[in-house]
Design a binder for this molecule. Structure first.
Ligand code: SF4
Ligand code: SF4
Ligand code: SF4
Ligand code: FES
Length: 579
């Protein structure tokens, strides 16, 4: 790519010719405010908060869409620029429900931050947003409050990027809203509840369905034995909510905080991830040996499972029948754990902390009640856990480390890496190889299936046979791969699919990162580093070596995929239509 040189605020800047003025300014460390722009995803030029003056041009131009060219002179901080940006923001605010004090995004809102930055003290215009727009809280996973929407369309772009596209702008002028087709409740369209729209939203228009009240109620009820499990990706991101650098693992502090919050037992979902590998790995060996129902496709991402059910129902028989680690753990807690500790399962309240909004939906699927009650009673996001910690006045950063509780406090490095794209496959292969080959796998780190390429492939020789695997993250890449398989252009034995781009580390329930920061760092890579370092430092790195899992099979399930294991740890799927 050839370069061009332009001047921004009289400073010479040389950048690739396909840059926009915004990218050129950012490369020179010159700040331009943005609202609707989301790097690599949403480039509409609609909010006009990024306007700049270009010498010789008749009007101000939006820096996020205006291409650079040789010799142009740009000014980012003239009186005309400042006036126009402020007026545009005042117009946006005029039609906005400005209830910051009670808003889920208070103090973490891009709109609020811009108001402060622009020095908005009173509003020059009043809007038409009266009566209030209806709030859609029909889904199990999230709430849409269009009174807080600034029509930036970042959520629409995120949903399109997931190739789900169930939301779009409807109507004109003051009547414009982001909505589903025919304004159906979101529970009645084929949304996969991945929450990528929430992560993309600069305001409080999109929020997860709150589970904090019912969790606190259970903790306060002396009759209830409240257990909590935490998914691997949570520990890789929770620290961000307390100002720690992205990618700081906070496992020990998180466990201490959960104990301080009053949970009776704090367990590690990684242990259940090891259990999932035992069940799914055995299922793979059975199917691969018989060459039946291949490729086997992982099923621990509920967003992906829902995507498969709606958009690729012909692949539901390929999905692993093994439940997700969260659900397996729920079932084990309400059966084995309840019986062993002589607790009535009706008195157990089972909470999961997940990086995911779709887990709230998974927890309420009818199939997830094999123990006789729902396996999981509440599923908090990483953000909700952070809120609970802050509300309890816990000084998270200075907390000492604690260990998870027994009997499910021991996990392996294989369980930890579940949170990053490629991690489930890597964990499964560590076990499948050793079971089939009967000898140790030399190199535990499978580089070809790590990293952020959308579709990753690897081929291994196990027991004299070639095993072809693929790893995809983001439903856009899943669609591409499944269409290739359907067309006979690709063939695999085993596939890992995660709904969220980057896997669970970038799930819809993780701490919100502003568009500006996302343009500077790859959130997925930074958070994944925390998980890979925990794996590298683990004494045990293979699921079948986990003593807690060995004991569970000895005392309860007998062997992987036994009758009892099938009853409690496996599930089935439903072919659905698109709507
Ligand atoms: S979306 Fe932002 S500006 Fe609007 S009420 Fe919430 S915190 Fe305040
Ligand atoms: S949750 Fe996912 S599928 Fe549903 S609207 Fe948001 S981005 Fe689209
Ligand atoms: S819901 Fe959020 S992301 Fe979507 S258009 Fe409104 S403000 Fe933008
Ligand atoms: S128009 Fe450039 S950020 Fe919105």
């Amino acid at each position: 790519m050839e370069n061009v040189t332009l001047k921004i605020n009289n400073i010479e800047v040389t950048v690739p010719a396909d840059y926009t003025i915004l990218q050129a300014a950012r490369s020179a460390n010159i700040d331009i405010p943005t609202l609707c722009y989301l790097e690599g995803m949403n480039k509409l030029g609609s909010c006009r908060l990024c306007v700049v003056e270009i010498k010789g041009a008749r009007a101000l131009q939006a820096a996020c869409v205006y291409p650079v060219s040789e010799g142009i002179e740009v000014f980012t901080n003239t009186p005309a620029v400042r006036r126009a940006r402020k007026a545009n923001l005042e117009l946006i605010l005029s039609n906005h429900d400005r209830s910051c004090l009670t808003c889920s995004r208070n103090r973490n809102c891009e709109l609020q931050a811009l108001s402060e930055e622009f020095g908005i003290e009173e509003l020059a215009f009043s809007g038409e947003n009266d009566p209030k727009l209806a709030i859609d809280d029909s889904s199990t996973s999230y709430i849409r409050d269009n009174n807080k929407c600034v029509l930036c369309r970042r959520c629409v772009a995120a949903c399109d990027n997931q190739v789900v596209s169930v939301i779009s702008c409807i109507n004109r002028g003051f009547d414009t809203t982001v909505n589903t087709a025919f304004e159906k409740p979101v529970s009645e369209v084929s949304c996969i509840f991945c929450g990528q729209c929430i992560n993309a939203c600069p305001t409080g228009a999109l929020t997860e369905k709150p589970h904090i009240p019912k969790v606190l109620e259970a903790i306060d009820n002396p009759q209830k034995h409240v257990v909590v499990q935490t998914a691997p990706a949570v520990r890789a991101a929770l620290g961000e909510e307390f100002g720690l650098p992205m990618g700081t693992p906070v496992t020990g502090k998180m466990v201490t905080a959960l104990k301080l919050l009053g949970f009776d037992k704090v367990f590690d979902t990684d242990t259940a991830a090891d259990l999932t590998i035992m069940e799914e790995g055995t299922e793979f060996i059975e199917r691969f040996t018989k060459q039946e129902n291949l490729p086997l496709i992982t099923s621990c991402s509920p967003g992906w499972v829902k995507f498969c059910e709606h958009y690729f129902p012909e692949f539901t028989d390929n999905l692993s029948s093994a439940k997700s680690p969260m659900e397996m753990f729920g079932a084990v807690i309400k059966s084995y754990y309840a019986e062993k500790n002589n607790i009535d399962k009706k008195d157990i309240y089972s909470v999961a902390v997940m990086p995911c909004t779709s887990k709230k939906y998974e927890a309420q699927r009818e199939e997830m009640s094999s123990s006789g009650t729902f396996d999981i009673d509440a599923s908090l996001t990483t953000r909700e856990l952070a809120k609970m910690i802050k509300q309890a006045g816990i000084n998270f950063v200075d907390l000492p480390d604690s260990e998870f509780d027994d009997p499910f406090g021991t996990a392996t490095g294989a369980g930890v890496i579940f949170g990053a794209t490629g991690g489930v496959m890597e964990a499964a292969l560590r076990t499948v190889y050793e079971v089939l080959e009967g000898k140790s796998l030399e190199n535990l780190e499978l580089a070809p299936i790590r990293g952020m390429d959308g579709i990753k492939e690897a081929s291994l020789e196990i027991s004299g046979k070639e095993v072809k695997v693929a790893v995809v993250h983001g439903t856009k890449n899943a669609k591409e791969l499944l269409n290739k398989i359907k067309a006979g252009e690709a063939k695999y034995d085993f596939i890992e699919i995660m709904a969220c781009p980057g896997g669970c580390v970038n799930g819809g329930g993780q701490p919100i990162v502003s568009a500006k920061k996302r343009a500077l760092v790859d959130v997925r890579v930074e958070r994944a580093k925390a998980l890979y370092s925990e794996d590298r430092n683990s004494a045990l790195r293979k699921s079948h070596e986990n003593p807690a899992i060995k004991k569970l099979y000895e005392e309860y399930f007998e062997k992987p995929c036994s009758h009892k294991a099938h009853e409690l740890l496996h599930t089935h799927y439903t072919k659905r239509s698109k709507y």
